[in-house]
Design a protein. Structure first.
Length: 80
């Protein structure tokens, strides 16, 4: 990232998927940012396709926001 009002920074991340069923995620936001508050992020997900094409996705994510403590996100996705 190359903003005009702060130092340059990077966002890094990875995802590991096991048989397109279970996923692990990790990353870091605002790497090298001078006064950045954000930091490491972690997450996991589960996906299952039922006969007939119906699919369900369940995801969880954790992000460190410095003085604002942390953010935890849950999501549920349905695909028909």
């Amino acid at each position: 990232m190359h903003p005009i009002n702060n130092t340059e920074s990077m966002n890094l991340g990875f995802e590991y998927g096991f048989k397109e069923l279970f996923f692990l995620r990790g990353g870091y936001r605002n790497l090298f940012l001078r006064d950045g508050e954000e930091g490491p992020t972690f997450g996991a997900g589960f996906s299952h396709r039922f006969p007939g094409g119906f699919q369900i996705n369940i995801d969880y994510a954790y992000a460190d926001f410095g003085r604002l403590e942390n953010a935890q996100r849950f999501s549920l996705g349905l695909r028909f």
